[in-house]
Design a protein around this ligand. Structure first.
Ligand code: RP5
Length: 161
């Protein structure tokens, strides 16, 4: 059963949100990805959010661009942790997405990541870290990833100027 849900406002968000999926796959964390739009499919948003716990999800990654109300509205319907990913928009370069997601009112939380692919990848990493609290194999995979990353930076750090 998938522990992580990846939802996004449009299929056009997938190239960005795929980075979250790839990160989860690298740690062996199962996920299910689908389009749920706050504005175009509001009833699906409500149904998805209210059934997320019984579906077995431990964390929800929600990505959207522009007037990005998806993460906040999902968080309004569930107590499962929601990680919000601002997708880079064509008009305002994702600043609109970021501001739409980040400034939640006190009492309803969304963990907001950076704009674009790095943020989506880190949403996948953070979701895996949450899953790792209950799954030692995922914990071990994350520790190995971090160690390898550090080794790579150290090995490549001596620049020949
Ligand atoms: C948002 O509007 C989506 O999350 C997407 O980032 C943006 C544009 O959607 P499309 O017009 O490409 O479907 O709801």
């Amino acid at each position: 059963m998938a522990k992580v849900a990846i939802v996004m406002g449009s299929t056009s968000d997938w190239p960005t949100m795929q980075k979250a999926a790839e990160m989860l796959e690298s740690f062996g964390v199962e996920y299910k990805a689908q389009v749920v739009s706050a504005h175009r499919t509001p009833e699906l948003l409500t149904e998805f959010s209210k059934t997320a716990e019984t579906e077995g999800y431990s964390v929800i990654i929600a990505g959207a661009g522009g007037a990005a109300h998806l993460p906040g509205m999902i968080a309004a319907h569930t107590h499962i942790p929601v990680l919000g990913c601002p997708v880079r928009s064509s008009q305002l370069n994702g600043i609109d997405s970021l501001l739409s997601i980040v400034q939640m009112p006190k009492g309803v939380a969304v963990g907001t990541l950076a704009i674009g692919e790095a943020g989506a990848a880190n949403a996948g990493l953070l979701a895996a870290q949450i899953v790792a609290l209950q799954e030692p194999a995922v914990r071990d995979a994350i520790i190995a990833f971090r160690e390898k990353q550090t080794e790579t930076v150290l090995a490549n750090g001596q620049l020949e100027l």
